[in-house]
Design a protein around this ligand. Structure first.
Ligand SMILES: Cc1cc2nc3c(=O)[nH]c(=O)nc-3n(C[C@H](O)[C@H](O)[C@H](O)COP(=O)(O)O)c2cc1C
Length: 244
């Protein structure tokens, strides 16, 4: 039995809202979890909707509390770290972390960044030791798989793509995932949302197909470590253009 943590970050709900179609990243997340449930019906899901309920931003007092040793914290400091403790506990028990997020202003939504800021915490998810030289941070968790499901209005954010240098979403999440104990990372995305054309419709189909294949692959047995990105948004464009 595995535990799956689902973090959704779109400010949009799923389905139609006032005649406009809803969140595509939530659509992919929903697809993933329903396929996963179908193949792994004993697994446990934990949902964290940071899009609907964004975690608090860092404050001077929060940082002071995080850097005060556990024994010396005041009741106020313990209360300040309560949400962080809860979010970290959710990450710590997860074997698989699914993050479904839009691209906003070429990066992640502020709500998702607030979640990472609450979760990546000294002596909880990483240790800090200057004896390690130029890389003093080390994750305290290990063995997790992260699936990143994205949606963007534009396209070409993949390595070598038209907008590679503007992509501060996938690479950022991938960097941060190290401090959640992630050792296997997969990314699938829908693109062209703002164009609303055939390329967008094809991108949805390809992403849905990639989600189904990934669920099957991950359900087959022990996950293999240090896997490369499975399917990036740009690969959908390449597939459409008939490129390898
Ligand atoms: C505030 C905001 C900022 C956005 N910024 C970008 C962007 O920088 N690049 C891009 O390709 N699309 C951008 N988009 C488009 C979204 O990525 C796209 O609508 C996506 O489908 C949203 O995810 P969702 O469908 O899960 O809500 C932006 C949309 C919003 C609302």
């Amino acid at each position: 039995m595995k535990k799956v943590l689902i973090v959704e970050a779109s400010a949009r709900a799923q389905g139609l809202v006032e005649g406009r179609s809803g969140s595509l990243s939530r659509f992919l997340s929903d697809r993933f979890s329903s396929r996963w449930r179908h193949l792994n019906n004993e697994d446990i899901f934990i949902y964290r909707d940071v899009g609907a309920m964004p975690p608090q931003f860092m404050s001077h007092k929060w940082i002071a509390a995080a850097f005060t040793s556990e024994e010396s914290r005041s009741a106020e400091q313990r209360a300040l770290l309560c949400l962080s403790d809860q979010l970290i506990a959710e990450v710590a028990q997860a074997d698989l972390i699914l993050i479904a997020t839009p691209m906003y202003n070429y990066g992640m939504p502020a709500s998702l960044k607030a979640w990472f800021d609450q979760v990546i915490r000294v002596n909880k998810t990483f240790s800090f030791d200057l004896a390690r030289g130029d890389f003093p941070l080390q994750p305290l968790l290990s063995g997790k798989t992260l699936v990143l499901l994205t949606s963007s209005g534009e396209f070409g954010f993949e390595p070598g793509g038209l907008r590679e240098s503007m992509n501060h979403l996938g690479p950022h999440v991938r960097t941060l995932s190290h401090y959640l104990g992630v050792e296997e990372f997969h990314e699938i995305g829908i693109e062209y949302q703002e164009f609303g054309d055939d390329r967008h419709r094809a991108s949805i189909d390809l992403a849905r197909q990639a989600v189904d294949e990934l669920v099957e692959q991950l359900s087959r047995g022990p996950v293999h470590l240090h896997a490369d990105v499975f399917f990036t948004p740009g690969e959908a464009s390449a597939a459409l253009a008939g490129k390898p």
